[in-house]
Design a protein around this ligand. Sequence first.
Ligand SMILES: *Cc1c(COP(=O)(O)O)cnc(C)c1O
Length: 426
Amino acid sequence: MKNTKKLFSRACRVLVGGVNSPVRAFRAVGGTPVFAAQGRGSRLTDAGGKRYIDYCLSWGPLILGHAHPAVTRAAVLAAARGATFGMPTEGEVLLAEEIRRAFPSMERVRLTSSGTEAVMSALRLARAATGRDVIVKFSGCYHGHSDGLLVAAGSGALTLGRPDSAGVPKAWARMTLVLPYNDVRAVETAFRRAGRAIAAVIVEPVVGNMGVVLPAPGFLETLRRLTARHGALLVFDEVITGFRVALGGAQERYKIRPDLTCLGKIVGGGFPIGAYGGRRDLMERVAPLGPVYQAGTLSGNPVAVAAGLACLRELRRRRPYGALEKLTRRLADGIAESARQAGVPARVQAAASMFTVFFTPDPVTDYASAKRADTKRYARFFHSLLEQGVYFPPAQFEAAFLSTAHTGADIDRTLEAVRRAFRAAF
Ligand SMILES: *Cc1c(COP(=O)(O)O)cnc(C)c1O
């Protein structure tokens, strides 16, 4: 702990806020961030030598747990062969084939270096293909930090967006229409009024970024139907859900075929990567075949590609999804039961191996209902668990994850810590 405080004050003198991505700074829960020193399987060790069962897992990529031997080995061997060439490599072909096998809708694939880039590029393509400018997104869904997507809802239900970050031009934010998640009526109205201007609807088909929120029955189907009818594209942002809620992501689970899909996180096995892809006729508009420019010095980087390929192959071979879901169910049900016994109003929402404990008595179906959760309670819950060696995401509106390395014993220990947290902190 002493070590951590010292490190953090040094960090703050050289890095902005001491971190390289804002949520790591623990602003949502208070206190000093945990500095990671090493991880193995479900366990994380911090810079002071304290160990935790990790349910944040680098925010989603580590579905096989920390330092999985097959992934590590692939990355080390690739690095030893040469970290980057700026030329095509066989690994990229193999990874793209592996992706297409799991996601048949991705007839052609382009690799990038991050999820942000994948989404940004997919939307450029959507605008080019439709000749339209407006993008529909849903409040509380996160699609990376590109200008056009850091946009909040305007004051009316159907006003165009306003910047959600300093430095985003108002004019650019107006190219994005922000609607409430799961609100079929709002989408219908948007298409009725502005259908001819809408290039694409982008959605997290299962939301991770306001905490776990499931699509209401019929919601995704409506998006598919309306976009098709109005000549707009449906873009699934499966950066979290791809290879997470099923091998073939949410589109496999809900049997919806989007026009374009964005991937990241798991696809790189813990290394920086993103991917977008979809209908061949659309993807062939991307350079060098078409007029939509998009490029990257380290796109399809051999080390990230090797790690990602090892990870995806392991997932295809093991098909861990049933077991992961069962284990997650056990944890989620156990937490809900403890909360009930302690008289703490809480909703545990889960999809496959992702879940969120919302401190609210009501179901969370969109950003407005998520915002009703008691974030101070979440902070107390988080710190009590942290103290006991269990690491949950350091913010209420985030998904927690399980990996194939988590065991029944991990769940038992975690539930014990949860019971104590509810007793102590509420
Ligand atoms: C993480 C995330 C992104 C952004 O990916 P980065 O690799 O962080 O740029 C985009 N969309 C969703 C749904 C994400 O969860």
